[in-house]
Design a protein around this ligand. Structure first.
Ligand code: ZN
Length: 412
């Protein structure tokens, strides 16, 4: 995974945690605020929602909804305007063992929010932000054969069909083999004109895409290779081609097929890079005085010294530093856990060490990846989240999943 995916990875875990929250009634509030939204308008709507909530029949739900809206308004007051990409506010009373607890979360989305949304439900509404948990940027898609061509774009996980070009090249008769001679005979003036049109339309679409990461070309048979090798595409677009793959179709179905296959291709490229990094780490481990470190404590120590060149973090390492608070006596403590959900379940049945009440709950938490990444950023260390699907990824896992390649080995 690339550096940018570290943030997404962390957010994904947090969202999984938030998804597990459930109110006793329809009383959890979700508020999506886009960056250009006027917060005074949002406040006005919150006041409106607050009075609307008077009509809720259940006294408990009414009270909880109103408290949640109050909490949201308190948080909103801390902002003059929404953050750069907007924000998502979540608030509501969540059952905690014998007691209920008001929880509030503010999430900064990875991409700017486009829609304003207020929702009161038994769960937090997280789908819109989940849809953003893919890499940013887009890929140009082009399917081409002799009969038709389709130009599309892959944005996140969304595939868009943008142009369809039908050829006027006479269809060949019979289903004989595609001999080179016959194939070449078809590529006459009409074909050339058609390919020119395809190249122009595709280039126009791709060159106008601001965050184009690459272009993937597909189609059945050898036409696509011919097309790519000939100069039908703008040279800037041609440079961006990252793969040419076989597909059965050249229409919208073909675009889905192309994305599936290209996904494998991109993953392979990423996997090769990850494998190389882990191999480098493993070589340093066996080398006398090698530049390797592993284990959260040790890696943290070297990060603080600025001695880490690459931080390797296994994707399935879940580790959090959690602040726990007693709702009864206010007692606070910190713990490290590998699962927030499990910790919450455990706390529900645990008695406070100070007052003996069953009122412990998670006050705040921070992922170890987040913590180490911050240290890495301060010293310009490279951060890599490593998938566990490869043999190398598994080997890294056997070192605890947190490791580093060092710039130098500090004394002592
Ligand atoms: Zn207590």
């Amino acid at each position: 995974m690339s550096v940018s995916s570290v943030e997404l990875h962390r957010l994904k875990r947090e969202i999984e945690f938030l998804e597990s929250k459930k109110g006793r009634g329809t009383e959890l509030i979700t508020l999506y605020i886009p960056p250009n939204k006027n917060l005074a308008d949002v406040m006005a709507q919150m006041r409106e929602e607050y009075s609307q909530a008077m009509n809720i029949k259940s006294a408990r739900t009414r009270k909880n909804v109103q408290s949640a809206i109050e909490v949201i308004m308190q948080r909103l007051k801390l902002f003059k305007r929404p953050p750069e990409k907007g924000m998502v506010l979540l608030a509501g009373v969540v059952p905690k063992g014998t007691k209920d607890k008001m929880e509030v979360y503010i999430i900064e989305p990875p991409e700017p929010l486009t829609t304003y949304l207020y929702r009161c439900d038994s769960r937090f509404l997280l789908e819109p932000i989940k849809e953003m948990l893919t890499e940013r940027g887009s890929y140009g898609l082009l399917l081409v054969d002799r009969n038709e061509a389709t130009v599309g774009m892959l944005r996140g996980k969304r595939i868009e069909t943008l142009r369809r070009i039908i050829s006027n090249v006479p269809r060949k008769h019979g289903r004989g083999g595609q001999s080179q001679r016959r194939f070449e005979r078809l590529i006459e003036i009409a074909a050339h004109e058609y390919f020119k049109r395809v190249g122009e339309k595709a280039s126009e679409v791709f060159l106008n895409e601001p965050e184009l990461k690459g272009v993937i070309v597909g189609g059945p048979g050898p036409t696509k290779e011919f097309f790519v090798n000939a100069d039908y595409l703008h040279h800037e677009v041609k440079k961006k081609i990252i793969g040419v793959v076989d597909t059965s179709y050249t229409d919208e179905f073909g675009l889905t097929e192309l994305v599936d296959k290209a996904g494998e291709l991109l993953e392979e490229m990423e996997i090769v890079r990850e494998k190389k990094l882990v191999q480098r780490f493993l070589q340093e481990v066996v080398r006398d005085g090698g530049l390797a470190a592993y284990g959260i404590e040790e890696v943290r120590k070297y990060l603080r010294m600025g001695a880490v060149e690459v931080l390797l973090f296994s994707e399935d390492v879940e580790s959090y530093r959690v602040k726990i608070v007693c709702g009864n006596c206010g007692h606070e403590e910190e713990r490290t856990t590998s699962s927030l959900r499990e910790l919450e379940q455990r706390l529900a049945n645990e008695r406070c060490g100070k007052c003996g009440e069953q009122a412990l709950s998670v006050e705040s938490f921070r992922s170890t990846l987040d913590e180490l990444k911050e240290l890495a950023d301060q010293t310009s260390a490279q951060v890599e989240v490593i998938s566990t699907e490869t043999e190398e990824g598994q080997q890294l896992r056997s070192f605890g999943g947190v490791a580093a390649i060092l710039r130098y080995r500090p004394e002592g």
